[in-house]
Design a protein around this ligand. Structure first.
Ligand code: IPM
Ligand code: MG
Length: 361
């Protein structure tokens, strides 16, 4: 039976980069027998424009019915003045929560061709291959109570709640242990157990799970140290598991180690294997519509989709190889170009990936 894919371009550079990823999907469907039905729906600011809400009911309905979702990016200056519950980010957070996409896999891999694009010395990042497993539907992003209140003395107070149940910790822990077992067998759990009770419980649950995964070596690290270690010696890590907010921060840092945030895909999975796939970069309104955004993170997100939700790991491998080839050929969007190097635009990069794919087999 055909698998259903829902494509949600979103805002800013979202539509441009998603268009390139679609070229790859359409090629695989037309030429390689990938059996998919592809639909599109608005989300974020585009959702607000189309239906008055960042996560329109019709989009959510289609999302629930899809096997896999491809998202571009959400957000932009046009929407910053909207009330909080109508802002584009609420669409993204809403769909993560509604589909219970609790396990966010964010690989940071350095392509050898781009070693010179990292702000760190090449010998520190060469061969970098870290997987961050970020909890995505709990923690301080969703904890209640939250809000801004006015106190008796007239000043205002803002507050959020950091909360994790044992069940929430256990399920992200299991995803992380399983991920580590399939990779290098080393799992580093990042917390702030020297200060936060939630982290104490987090650490305890990770320890309790460890004996069930004898092939995985579990270690713990405080988040401040982890941030430092990531930029000091990032190759010490294999898999990192952490909370929603810590994962948000550490994954941006890890992304930059690879030279450009424009290269990194992500997968957000729920318990039934349904997944949403998106580049980890944002909507980059400053370059939107100029045809110079890097589509490779979105193309690589399609590879993750094929691997994790569509059981097509050979096609996923082929896409990743094709990306390697276009980099070998020296094609660079501005974000990954060294100083003075010639650059190509978004569409040319997407076309080159499809060309490389077509040349394989
Ligand atoms: C991310 C983004 C989102 C997050 C924003 C856009 C809500 O930064 O996916 O990392 O904080 O999760
Ligand atoms: Mg982020």
């Amino acid at each position: 039976m055909s698998k259903k894919i829902l494509v949600m371009p979103g805002d800013g550079i979202g539509p441009e980069i998603v268009a390139e990823a679609r070229k790859v999907l359409d090629f695989l469907a037309a030429e390689r027998g990938l059996d998919v039905v592809i639909d599109e729906a608005p989300i974020g600011g585009a959702g607000h424009d189309a239906a008055g809400h960042p996560l329109p009911e019709a989009t959510l309905e289609k999302a629930r019915a899809a096997d896999a979702l491809l998202l571009g990016a959400v957000g932009g200056p046009r929407y910053e003045k909207l009330e909080r519950h109508l802002r584009p980010e609420r669409g993204l957070l809403g769909i993560r929560a509604e589909l219970e996409l609790f396990a966010n896999l964010r690989p940071a891999i350095l392509y050898p061709q781009l070693a010179g694009a990292s702000t760190l010395r090449a010998e520190v990042v060469a061969g970098l291959d870290v997987m961050i497993v970020r909890e995505l539907t709990g923690g301080i992003y969703f904890g209640q109570p939250r809000g801004i209140e006015t106190l008796a003395d007239g000043q205002r107070k803002g507050f959020n709640t950091l909360v994790y149940t044992e069940a929430e910790i256990e399920r992200i822990g299991r995803s992380a242990f399983e991920t580590a077992a399939k990779r290098g067998g080393r799992l580093c759990s990042v917390d702030k157990a020297n200060v936060l009770e939630v982290s104490e419980l987090w650490r305890e649950v990770m320890e309790r799970l460890a004996p069930e995964y004898p092939d995985v070596e579990l270690s713990h690290m405080y988040v401040d140290n982890a941030a430092m270690q990531l930029v000091r010696d990032p190759r010490q890590f294999d898999v990192i598991v952490t909370t929603n907010l810590f994962g948000d921060i550490l994954s941006d840092a890890a992304a930059m180690l690879t030279g450009s945030i424009g290269m990194l895909p992500s997968a957000s999975l729920n318990a039934s294997g349904q997944g949403m796939y998106e580049p980890i970069h944002g909507s980059a309104p400053d370059i939107a519509g100029q045809g110079k955004a890097n589509p490779l993170a979105t193309v690589l997100s399609v590879a993750m989709m094929l691997r994790y939700s569509l059981s097509q790991s050979a096609m996923a491998d082929a896409i990743e190889a094709a990306v390697g080839q276009v980099l070998d050929r020296g094609l660079r969007t501005p974000d990954i170009a060294a100083e003075g190097e010639a650059t190509v635009g978004t569409a040319a990069m997407g076309d080159a990936v499809v060309e490389a794919l077509a040349a394989s087999d």
